[in-house]
Design a protein around this ligand. Structure first.
Ligand code: C5P
Length: 216
């Protein structure tokens, strides 16, 4: 069984999906973290597309949700701590717009969900990656609220930044993610819309869990 949550940056997909996974005892998959891992490879390649594509073929990419953290390894080296850095955030939408990046991430995700029940989050999961998902949610929230949440997250992680910079990055990513040719950020016609701007978190998790258990 596969349940997907799509939506723009900072809409609350990760925190919600993790809480749902914990409550229902199912697996969690963060597709954004996989695009971020590819961005680490892209930065290591000096932002050169050919060198990036070559490295992409050679790298073994593995991931696991453990101790409430989605961890990613490149050739067995844990790169989780690099995924949320500003360097990566600034380039990830560019990397995610490349067809070869999307093919690699989609292949990794489809392989993973074959053997277990997953809740996965991203931008194009309900429309492109898992169009036959058992249940689809689309999460959205006011951009100021999304920026505030992401800013607090970064501060907690010890990243030096400003609210203005975070909002700017979110707006740029939203634009690039929704305008790109291949599999843009888009709400699936059959997705349940959840606006989290003023939602109580516990209520929101309970509602999604109840929608899922109704389906089981
Ligand atoms: O979810 P997160 O903010 O970590 O995603 C980082 C970036 O990865 C997004 O801004 C988007 O460019 C890309 N992404 C994507 N498709 C997905 C998930 C993420 O293009 N399914």
């Amino acid at each position: 069984m596969i349940i997907v949550i799509d939506g723009p940056a900072g809409a609350g997909k990760s925190t919600t999906a993790k809480a749902v996974a914990k409550k229902l005892g199912i697996q969690y998959l963060d597709s954004g973290a996989l695009y971020r891992a590819l961005t680490v490879i892209y930065l290591e390649s000096g932002k050169d597309a050919d060198s990036f594509f070559k490295k992409l073929k050679d790298k073994d990419i593995t991931f696991k949700y453990t101790d409430e953290q989605f961890r990613v390894w490149l050739n067995e080296k844990d790169i989780t701590d690099k995924l949320r850095s500003s360097n990566v955030a600034d380039e990830v939408s560019t990397v995610a717009s490349l067809l070869k990046s999307r093919e690699r991430v989609n292949e990794l995700m489809r392989e993973a969900v074959e053997h277990d029940t997953y809740i996965a989050e991203g931008r194009d999961l309900g429309t492109a990656v898992f169009p036959d998902a058992d249940l689809k949610f689309f999460m959205k929230a006011d951009v100021n609220e999304r920026a505030r949440r992401r800013y607090e997250e970064l501060l907690e992680a010890g990243e030096e930044t400003s609210l203005k910079k975070v909002k700017q990055n979110i707006l740029e990513r939203d634009y690039k993610d929704s305008q790109r040719k291949t599999d843009p950020l888009k709400q699936a016609d059959d997705a349940i819309i959840v606006d989290t701007t003023n939602l109580d978190f516990e209520q929101q998790v309970a509602q999604i869990c109840s929608d899922i258990t109704d389906k089981l």
